[in-house]
Design a protein around this ligand. Structure first.
Ligand SMILES: Nc1ncnc2c1ncn2[C@@H]1O[C@H](COP(=O)(O)OP(=O)(O)OP(=O)(O)O)[C@@H](O)[C@H]1O
Ligand SMILES: [Mg+2]
Length: 172
């Protein structure tokens, strides 16, 4: 588990760049956390860093959006918030998105947990203050090592506030 303090939306952008640097297909990243914690913001940052140009719209209503990034990389962005349990989950075209050539980012993964593979990185965001957040990232030891390297490559992080308690992984 890596715990990071995201001092501002710019810090969330840096996490997005770190994730984009370590992801290669097939990969699934889940983005969990309460309303407004920054799941879509982080997804956009990953997509931009992976080379997606043009508009990136939130998939809250369409449930899924696909993009092409650098070197023809296929990137999917799912938001399962409006996927109703039962028929919706069964009818959703999981196989169209969870393909071997794609990196797929999934907001509200709880809604599709029976159909989703174990994520390569499970991100959970928490509210802290209006412009800051906490992030917890769960992944395999190998992916975690690459994540730490990718974060180091982005330079020093903004330290977490003292009141934040034990900080593993520091701020971002
Ligand atoms: N450090 C931060 N990281 C990310 N977003 C932040 C941060 N500070 C403030 N924000 C703001 O919080 C809001 C997060 O909205 P966003 O749509 O990304 O959240 P969400 O988790 O996807 O919400 P939803 O559950 O509705 O999908 C944005 O307006 C963003 O600018
Ligand atoms: Mg969202």
């Amino acid at each position: 588990m890596v715990r990071l303090f995201l001092a501002s939306p710019a810090a969330t952008g840096r996490l997005g760049r770190a994730l984009a640097a370590l992801l290669s297909p097939p990969a699934v990243v889940t983005l969990a956390g309460e309303l407004g914690t920054g799941k879509t913001t982080l997804a956009r940052d990953v997509l931009r860093a992976a080379g997606v140009r043009g508009p990136i719209v939130s998939p809250s209503f369409t449930i899924a959006q696909s993009y092409v990034g650098r070197s023809g990389l296929r990137l999917n962005h799912l938001d399962l918030y409006r996927l109703n349990p039962g028929a919706d989950v069964e009818l959703f075209a999981w196989d169209d998105y969870l393909t071997p050539d794609a990196v797929t980012l999934v907001e509200w993964p709880e809604a599709g947990s029976a159909e989703l593979p174990r994520p390569d990185v499970a991100v959970r965001l928490y509210h802290h203050a209006p412009r800051s957040r906490w992030a917890e990232l769960d992944s395999t030891a190998a992916v975690e090592e690459r994540l730490r390297t990718a974060l180091e490559d982005l330079g020093p992080a903004v330290p977490a506030p003292e009141a934040g308690g034990t900080v593993e992984g520091g701020g971002l």
